[in-house]
Structure formats: C-alpha cells, structure tokens
Design a protein around this ligand. Structure first.
Ligand SMILES: [Mg+2]
Length: 104
C-alpha cells in the first residue's frame, strides 16, 4: 500500500495537481469514477475486464488520495470498518443472508 501511495502522490506532485484535490473534489471524483465503473456493466452483463480494472483503479486511486488528504491511514480505517461490520453482522446471524443489519 505504501509503495502505491507514494507512486500516486509522486504522479500528482509532478503535475502540480494537489491544488485541485480538496476533500470535496476527491469525494466527487470517487463517485464519478464509481459511475464510470458502473458504466462498464450498462445494458447487459457482458463487460470488458480490462475496462473494469481501469475504472476500479481510478476509484482506488481517488480513495487513497482522499485518505492521504485527511491524514488517515487507509489500511487502519479499513480494518476499523471491518471490525464494526463484524459487530453489525455476526456470522451466526448473517451467514448466507443478504439482509441489512437492521433486519436481522
Ligand atoms: Mg475513469
């Protein structure tokens, strides 16, 4: 993760793009790229794995930039969230079920 984060930051520093990366702009960019990811599946279930991977990478890059901008460790916040999800969705009540935690 750290190697990737440094590579992303170097890419942006070389282009002086950090000036455009407010938390709000990065959050919007995540949603925009998520829309482009969905576009890969528009109209039918056939999709280009290469195109999906490119959009997935775009989403992840903006997620990493937002975490960096907020000065939080992305691995730490993901692990914290998984822990919360484990409490929300105990295995004995949720295994094999797609119900929301409010319905279990
Ligand atoms: Mg894209």
């Amino acid at each position: 993760m750290d190697k990737i984060k440094k590579r992303i930051i170097r890419f942006n520093e070389e282009r002086d793009w950090d000036q455009f990366h407010s938390p709000e702009n990065l959050a919007k960019s995540i949603a925009i790229e998520a829309g482009e990811l969905l576009e890969c599946f528009q109209w039918n279930s056939a999709f280009s794995k290469n195109a999906v991977c490119e959009e997935l990478a775009d989403v992840m890059i903006y997620c990493m930039l937002l975490a960096d901008k907020l000065e939080v460790d992305i691995e730490e916040i993901i692990l914290d969230k998984i822990k919360k999800n484990e409490e929300k969705y105990p295995v004995d009540k949720c295994k094999g079920s797609s119900k929301k935690y409010t319905e279990i």
